[in-house]
Design a protein around this ligand. Sequence first.
Ligand SMILES: O=C(CO)COP(=O)(O)O
Length: 123
Amino acid sequence: MTLQIALIAHDKKKSDLIEFAQEHQETLSRADIMATGTTGKRLMEATDLEVDRKESGPLGGDLQIGGKVADGTCDGIIFLRDPLRAQPHEPDISALLRICDVHDVPLATNLASAEHFISGMFS
Ligand SMILES: O=C(CO)COP(=O)(O)O
């Protein structure tokens, strides 16, 4: 079964995520990738990955991906959050993190855990 993986990054972390996705492009291309709006756009510009783009985070993208977690169609998330800046849609972000815990869905929120995520999920 093809893994369904979500990639999300806040603005200050987007270049880190792009670089990570480029580095792991071959592995990630074995999964179905979804992303929040702007992250998805950046990924499609910078890699050959096909990306199912949801709304931008502040417009509900985190919640859409949370819905996929709730209905069992998202197997794991790499979400490079910006720990130094408040986001206007903080409640949506908390909801996404919470629903991952509810359904025991792997969630990597920094690059170090994202590396483990890749080796664990695709082994
Ligand atoms: O805000 C986000 C996640 O909370 C990310 O949204 P974008 O990918 O649209 O910037």
